[in-house]
Ligand binder design. Structure first.
Ligand SMILES: [Zn+2]
Ligand SMILES: [Zn+2]
Length: 141
């Protein structure tokens, strides 16, 4: 893991921390699905796809909650048990990758979302970036 591209993330209380190699990032996306809205309390969440092999949990009291998604696959959302901050998710249809919440990063200014998921459930009061690709549901189903 190159020190120069080390990205650090943490929850609100600081009890849960992680890091990953920024050069290994696959892509970044916005998600407007109802589950992301509910779990973040916002109109959407922004995620950064990081391979498990480049991701390291440093410390923390991380809980998880799993639901069955529309596709039938399992979506597991991981959060800090002490303060409730969402940290990352993983999905059974895409093993080996973590969907890291961009807002958990110490510095998220470099994140460049390339598309939006679930525009069909976007809120009228939530901004959908029309300058990037939009998918009504998940891009791959
Ligand atoms: Zn916390
Ligand atoms: Zn979502």
């Amino acid at each position: 893991m190159g020190q120069s591209d080390l990205q650090a993330g943490a929850c609100l209380c600081g009890a849960s921390r992680f890091e990953f190699d920024g050069s290994a990032v696959v892509s970044a996306h916005h998600c407007h699905c109802r589950d992301c809205q509910r779990s973040t309390g916002s109109s959407m969440t922004t995620i950064v796809l990081v391979p498990d092999s480049s991701f390291r949990e440093l410390e923390g009291d991380v809980g998880d909650f799993t639901v069955t998604g529309e596709s039938g696959g399992q979506v597991t959302r991981c959060f800090c048990r002490q303060c409730g901050s969402p940290l990352y998710s993983h999905v059974s249809i895409m093993p080996g990758v973590k969907f890291v919440k961009a807002a958990a990063l110490e510095d998220a200014s470099w994140v460049q979302p390339i598309s939006s998921f679930w525009t069909s459930s976007a809120q009228p009061w939530g901004h959908v970036d029309t300058a990037i690709d939009g998918f009504e549901r998940n891009p791959a189903g």
